[in-house]
Design a protein around this ligand. Structure first.
Ligand SMILES: [Zn+2]
Ligand SMILES: [Zn+2]
Ligand SMILES: [Zn+2]
Length: 246
């Protein structure tokens, strides 16, 4: 199936997650803030930073504190790639650790997630854009989202997904895993759980596994926990397939 369209397939652009489930606030730490931090710029020991909580109004630090991601997307461009369908390239250089863009979509529960997956499988849809964070909390960018949905998979990616708490809300950000130059394709590891037929990987990395993701069944969902002790945990994605055949 060859697609000659010069525009990516349509989706509804949204700026914040659209909740199709009841929005729950996570914990109360976000309300307390890092009151022990004395500087306007929080250090590596900041209690917010070590827990992947964005500093907020409750914190003593200034608006310029670097532990406040999710504020400005980096400049990027959607491009048609040779082998991997649509992709995204950086339009400015990005330093390691920098926030790049939020992974945005509809927040759905497990029942709706499963229903959508089966619907798409039935219709022969090859592109899933789902990121499962925990039970009954999957961000689905299939119908609504932002440019983050066009990032391709790589077995040797330059970005990673991180789960953060921002003002009590769980959000997923794409962060630079290393320094990224202008024009470089932005990629992350989908940690894909296979749903449907095998999808060949064209990431071109020397350590490419050949196929997207593991061969686990969809029932064995990946468990994702919050980061602890300065170690940011990456999120795992469920059944995100942007196959080369679209
Ligand atoms: Zn701070
Ligand atoms: Zn702090
Ligand atoms: Zn703080």
């Amino acid at each position: 199936m060859i697609d000659n369209r010069s525009e990516p397939p349509p989706y509804v652009h949204i700026k914040r997650n659209a909740y199709l489930i009841k929005k729950k606030r996570d914990g109360v730490i976000a309300d307390i803030g890092c009151t022990h931090c004395k500087s306007t710029e929080c250090s590596d020991n900041c209690v917010c930073r070590v827990q992947c909580i964005s500093c907020s109004k409750a914190c003593r630090c200034s608006d310029m504190c670097s532990n406040r991601p999710f504020r400005r997307d980096r400049k990027m461009q959607v491009v048609k790639t040779e082998l991997c369908g649509w992709g995204v390239v950086a339009s400015e250089s990005i330093n390691k650790g920098d926030f790049i863009i939020e992974y945005i979509g509809e927040v759905i529960d497990d029942a709706l997630c499963e229903k959508r997956l089966w619907d798409m499988k039935y219709k022969g849809v090859q592109n899933f854009y789902m990121c499962e964070l925990r039970k009954d909390f999957t961000i689905d960018a299939t119908f609504k989202g932002n440019l983050s949905r066009f990032l391709n998979h790589s077995c040797d990616p330059n970005c990673k997904l991180e789960k953060w708490q921002v003002e009590g809300e769980t959000r997923v950000g794409v962060f630079a895993a290393r320094y990224i130059e202008v024009g470089e394709p932005l990629t992350y590891d989908y940690r894909f759980v296979q749903f449907g037929s095998e999808v060949k990987c064209h990431c071109g990395a020397s350590k490419c596994q050949g196929y997207l993701g593991s061969k686990k069944k969809i029932t064995s969902k990946l468990d994702i926990s919050w980061g602890s002790k300065r170690k940011r945990t990456s999120t795992s994605c469920l059944a995100i397939v942007k196959s080369n055949s679209f």
